[in-house]
Design a protein. Sequence first.
Length: 279
Amino acid sequence: MQVFDRRAVRLHRDRAAALLPRVADLLRECAERLVERLDDVVAERRFARALDLGGRGAVAPLLRARGIEVVSVDISPVMAGIAGGGAAVVADEEWLPFAPGSFDLAVASVSLHWVNDLPGCLIQLRQALRPDGLLLASVPVLGTLQSLRDALTEAEAEIAGGVAPRISPFPELRDCAGLLQRAGFALPVVDREDITLGYADALGLLRDLRAAGETNALIRRDRRIPPRGLFGAALARLGGRIEVALRLAMMTAWAPHESQPRPLRPGSGAVDLRDVLGS
């Protein structure tokens, strides 16, 4: 199923490259929260070569500061050029051009939510990792930008008598671990982190979305000029100073390896549960 217009995603990223300093702090905050999960990995583990997928200049410097060689990938040639890694590759996340076992770490910070085939992308990431390689990924989940979505929906229904899709659909948190398992990853862990963004006015939020390359890329988006007064009415519903939520599923998983712990075969336990419970 094709939900997103990948050409539009690329064009939005191209345009956003010049505006990126406006949202650099937010992108760095998201990247830091994800990359700090490397600190939870056993001290003896070292990563030599990492794939930075769509990091927009926020991920690669953090990895390089840890002594890790980085290859940065982006669908936008302009964005790839400012990714901040040692090497830059222009490629679509849906068609990664890497040989199996090319990396021992892959990091995708808030960069997979415009991918049509997310399970397929995750499979390619797993294949690009060496056995026992680590994936760190963050994806916006349901509840992100909910106040903006509600305001636009209500205003457009009132003005035009119908609603056009204007904000990307997001997965539910509980679905993310299943996606990792479906892609063949081992030991998946998913938790949620919330970032609350405050704006003096709603126009600031719209400008930041544009600066991050996060404007509407749905295939079924309405390409006509929006109804007169739509955004004014939606912004009025949000009021003056507003707060919006960025809810991120923080995903950690490993490429399978024989050294990893596995559950015991059912029925192979040596202790009777009744003895443990004292019954």
